[in-house]
Design a protein around this ligand. Structure first.
Ligand code: ADP
Ligand code: ADP
Ligand code: ZN
Length: 222
């Protein structure tokens, strides 16, 4: 099963990705998490990416595409994977298509978590994340059991610098201009499925499982 998760920042991609990947035993590939790891380790890539991320801008396509291709070549991706936060531009989507074609492969579905803009600011301003394992929390909708500590790994949960309201507005504009066109891109390829992301976290997950179950049956894929 090879899934691309689409949706605006704050839609719930990271939250749902964790549950989907647990349920279907596939790796969760989050370009945001990979960049944040590079930033915390102060690698050259991290230093370069941080300049864009802190302003709410996208990391350049060439850097991002190379990073993802290298990740997808790793053995754990043979059975499938979930891409969260990639592709974010049409150029990235085309690069992914080329990569799949070269490997005689195809996507199972591009799953859009559909959430209108009015929900986003509240979700992003309350978001807290674990930099160790990438788990995402919300101080009102999904707080960790012990305040300030990750349920999964016990590390500190923090507010991301790029979740400040002014940066969030930039990111939403960039989403509209650069990432939203991917909805039609995948619809035209008959690969788009849509889930209503305004529901409670567990209900969104139930709907996603229904959708993925259907896709698996329709396509006779694992
Ligand atoms: P969110 O969960 O809010 O959608 P992410 O954690 O996916 O955000 O990404 C954080 C930031 O990392 C983005 O705002 C962008 O600067 C950078 N980034 C992540 N994925 C990509 C990508 N595919 N292309 C370019 N930049 C990216
Ligand atoms: P994305 O990866 O798409 O940027 P996240 O999964 O990080 O989004 O979710 C953004 C914020 O919204 C987090 O604080 C998360 O706990 C919260 N959240 C996610 N899904 C829901 C939901 N269905 N209802 C309410 N809050 C949610
Ligand atoms: Zn954690």
């Amino acid at each position: 099963m090879k899934i691309v998760l689409l949706g605006p920042p704050g839609a719930g991609k990271g939250t749902q990705a964790k549950s989907i990947c647990n349920r279907f035993s596939i790796p969760h590939i989050s370009t945001g998490d990979i960049f944040r790891k590079h930033i915390s380790e102060m690698t050259l890539l991290g230093i370069e990416a941080k300049k864009n991320i802190d302003k709410g801008l996208l990391v350049p396509d060439d850097i991002t595409i190379q990073l993802v291709e290298e990740r997808l070549k790793q053995e754990d991706c043979n059975k499938g994977y979930l891409l969260d936060g990639f592709p974010r531009t049409v150029a990235q989507a085309k690069a992914l298509d080329n990569f799949l074609v070269k490997n005689n492969d195809s996507l199972t579905t591009a799953l859009l978590i559909d959430v209108p803009k009015d929900f986003i600011i509240e979700r992003m301003s309350g978001r807290r994340v674990c930099l160790s394992c990438g788990a995402s929390y919300h101080n009102k909708f999904n707080p960790p059991i012990i305040e300030g500590k990750c349920d999964v790994c016990g590390s500190d949960v923090i507010q991301r610098k790029d979740d400040e309201e002014s940066t969030v507005r930039n990111r939403l504009e960039i989403y509209d201009a650069q990432t939203q066109p991917l909805i039609n891109y995948y619809r035209d390829k008959n690969l788009l499925s849509v889930v209503d992301g305004t529901q409670a976290i567990n209900d969104v997950f139930k709907n996603i499982c229904d959708i993925l179950g259907r896709e698996i049956n329709d396509n006779y894929k694992e």
